[in-house]
Design a protein around this ligand. Structure first.
Ligand code: ADP
Length: 165
């Protein structure tokens, strides 16, 4: 396996599904970089700074994991970082279709970059950042969906926004 793996995503916010992938991938490489990338198709709820901060809190005891953020094209970011391997997660067939398209596009832009995929852990297969946001806005219980260390922050931010609607 490569000495560096880059795990890009929106992480809006990080869920236990993301966290499970981070833990598993950290065991496969010397250095895992989790990168918050602004996806122009997704408006985003938390600011990039907030997402980075939450990722940092959740990974603070993982010495070979670092957190970063970037705008622009993923392949440009990967090249700038000096990496060659991207990690993505798969939950369902719908993820596969999206990831296939995304991988084809990245291959077209830069053939030297490879992607690897980890299957979701079954207990997190239903979990996405949008599910967390939806439940949190409505005042539902999001513990067991995001890492314990950020439950209260996420809850408060979402509840406040839900009330302002
Ligand atoms: P993006 O906007 O780039 O899809 P996300 O933060 O939604 O960003 O997801 C980042 C990556 O993590 C994607 O590859 C997604 O499939 C994967 N992922 C998201 N939730 C889970 C989960 N519960 N289990 C496994 N992988 C997941």
């Amino acid at each position: 396996m490569k000495d560096m793996i880059i795990y890009p995503g929106s992480f809006d916010p990080i869920t236990l599904g993301h966290f499970d992938l981070i833990q598993r991938a950290a065991r496969m490489t010397d250095h895992l970089v989790v990168a918050v990338l602004q996806n122009p198709n997704k408006k985003g709820f938390f600011t990039v700074e907030e997402r980075v901060e939450m990722l940092k809190i959740c990974t603070k005891d993982m010495p070979n994991v670092s957190i970063d953020s970037s705008g622009g094209l993923l392949v440009d970011y990967i090249n700038k970082k000096g990496g060659k391997l991207i990690l993505r997660g798969l939950r369902a067939v719908s993820d596969f279709e999206y990831e296939l398209q995304y991988a084809m596009l990245n291959q077209r832009l830069d053939k030297s970059i490879e992607a690897i995929y980890l299957m979701t852990a079954s207990e997190y297969s239903f979990l996405s950042s949008s599910v967390v946001r939806e439940i949190g806005h409505l005042g539902g219980d999001i513990s067991g969906m995001v890492p314990e260390a950020i439950v209260d922050t996420v809850k408060q931010r979402l509840l406040l926004a839900g009330k302002q609607k």
